[in-house]
Ligand binder design. Structure first.
Ligand code: DAK
Length: 259
């Protein structure tokens, strides 16, 4: 499929793919078409055995300034219901491979929500995060009131959601919204390095570990522990488990095949 609003590099590094949001004049505003392109790219990369981790970035000025306000402005509730953007967001959320957001500049509204769907976040020191929907008469609609609150806590989430105030990279780091802050010139290379570290591991173990960590947000503890245990047992059915443990004993680097 040829994309109009994103650039996809399936091998920015070995086993690492890169999706770049590419609607710079509109500050990467997330129109429906762009979101569908992200969804489709992720479905394809998720099915591609030569990809083990996926980076999503914008450019230095902006990750994404939110959903496309101009596209949404004239819609009524029934239009929104019929368009059912949640199907697209749910599909993105269900990506099995690790998603790393590389954020520079603005990550606002749906842009911040897209960052929070990702599993890890590398931010440039220029990054700004916010849920400014309140200033245009609405509220976050793609997880902003929930994922933000679980990450930064109630009072900070309330402040961001009710005032629309942005927070900078350092504050986002302090609140656990991002993993690491680096100078702007390094934000993408840092994300690639993180992705490569993960891509060297067993892709099946990575997928099951990701799935298990996410259950911490979705299930009560006892059920989630049970889920974790099943995934742990299942990994003993893989060749990668044999290879990983043999490599440890033989004092060599493991060569994981994803089998
Ligand atoms: N939508 C459309 N166009 C946008 C945009 C946006 N979100 N953000 C910026 N642009 C456009 C501007 O209109 C301008 O276009 P022209 O006037 O040149 O044609 C161009 O990008 C450059 O923007 P500015 O001139 O404003 O640039 P500044 O540097 O002065 O300001 C800014 C940068 C990021 C602070 C400012 O552009 C801004 O405040 N943007 C809007 C931020 C915002 O309110 N974002 C939240 C949008 S609501 C859902 C899923 C998700 C969502 C909803 C539902 N479902 C699953 C149902 C999400 C909703 C939202 O994100």
């Amino acid at each position: 499929m040829s994309n109009q609003y994103i650039l996809v590099n399936p091998q920015i590094a070995p086993f690492v793919a890169h999706i770049q949001l590419n609607r710079p004049k509109e500050l990467n505003a997330l129109n429906l078409e762009l979101m569908l392109e992200i969804k489709q790219a992720l479905v394809e990369l998720d099915a591609d055995d030569s990809v083990r981790a996926i980076i999503i970035s914008g450019n230095e000025r902006v990750f994404a300034a939110g959903a496309d306000i101009k596209q949404m402005a004239g819609r009524n509730a029934i239009d929104m219901l019929k368009i059912d953007q949640f199907t697209t967001w749910d599909s993105i959320r269900k990506t099995k491979k690790p998603l790393i957001a590389a954020v520079s500049g603005f990550a606002l509204g749906g842009g911040c929500e897209l960052v929070m769907i990702c599993d890890m976040v590398i931010a440039s020191d220029t990054a700004q995060f916010g849920q400014p929907e309140i200033s245009i008469g609405v509220m976050p609609g793609a997880g902003g009131t929930q994922r933000l609150t679980r990450t930064v806590g109630k009072v900070k989430a309330m402040e961001m959601v009710l005032t629309g105030k942005f927070i900078g990279a350092q504050e986002a780091l302090n609140y656990g919204l991002v993993n690491k802050v680096v100078p702007v010139e390094f934000y993408l290379t840092e994300a690639v390095q993180l992705a490569q570290t993960i891509a060297e591991k067993s892709p099946i173990a990575v997928q099951m570990a990701k799935e298990s960590v996410l259950k911490a947000f979705e299930m009560p503890l006892q059920e989630a522990l049970f889920f974790e245990r099943k995934n742990f047992y299942m990994l003993f059915a893989t060749e990668d488990q044999k290879e990983g443990m043999a490599a440890f004993v033989e004092k060599r680097k493991a060569d994981f095949k994803g089998k």
